[in-house]
Design a binder for this molecule. Structure first.
Ligand code: CA
Length: 227
């Protein structure tokens, strides 16, 4: 599953250039030109990374950033701010409002891609490497195999994707909706009950290798993977 990035930029040519280069680097890109539209979209979908232009018509990037940081759901969303402003004070304001990183225009695309990748390595290492470990669980993306405490864990394709998705952000509570969105990609036939069934199967498979249950059920909220 590719890493999802949302890019919010009102300059059409720059947006296309960013989209092209991020897609080439293997990301799945959602391109948005307005702050208000991005705010609405982020209520429905949660990307792995947000690239946000500071100056946007309507709701500005800096204000959107501030609002996102106030909501538990988007508090920790990895966020890189793009801006033409060079002043030190403005840069500080960007960090104060919750940007994880800050890239000044004009920037080199390679620099932005490198910063994006290093931010993801820092905040969600599970997203960008072939072998991901959470506690005693090890998932190998190339081999599409899972081990727990060195023992192979046999999973169906969907349960594997579910585990892979949850391993991207250990400790984070995913709602059933987020899991449906991230693992099933919004297939029409699937409902919340399906998530519970697959979580049950995944849990059972993982418990065969060790008696510690790594999946936490958070009442009325969803599930998280904890070790
Ligand atoms: Ca702009």
């Amino acid at each position: 599953m590719p890493v999802q990035v949302m890019i919010v930029e009102d300059e059409a040519a720059l947006l296309e250039l960013l989209r092209y280069n991020f897609e080439k680097a293997g990301y799945a890109v959602e391109a948005v030109t307005e702050g208000d539209v991005a705010e609405e979209r982020l209520k429905e979908t949660l990307p792995d990374l947000l690239i946000l232009d500071w100056m946007l018509p309507g709701l500005s990037g800096i204000e959107l950033c501030r609002r996102l940081r106030q909501k538990p759901r988007t508090q920790a969303l990895p966020l890189i701010m793009l801006t033409a402003r060079r002043e030190e004070a403005d840069r500080l304001r960007g960090f104060e409002n919750g940007a994880d990183d800050y890239v000044v225009k004009p920037f080199s695309l390679n620099e932005l891609l490198a910063r994006a990748s290093s931010l993801l390595h820092r905040v969600s290492p599970g997203l960008v490497s072939d072998v991901v470990r959470v506690g005693d669980i090890e998932l190998d993306r190339r081999a599409m195999s899972v081990k727990r405490g060195g023992q192979p864990v046999h999973l169906g394709a969907t349960d594997y994707r579910l585990l892979e998705f949850m391993m991207r952000a250990p400790g984070r509570v995913f709602s059933r909706e987020q899991l449906l969105d991230g693992v099933w990609g919004g297939e029409a036939e699937i409902d919340d009950r399906t998530v519970d069934v697959h979580i049950g199967r995944l849990r059972k498979a993982l418990l065969k290798a060790s008696e510690d249950d790594p999946i936490r059920t958070v009442r009325s909220s969803g599930y998280s993977l904890n070790m």
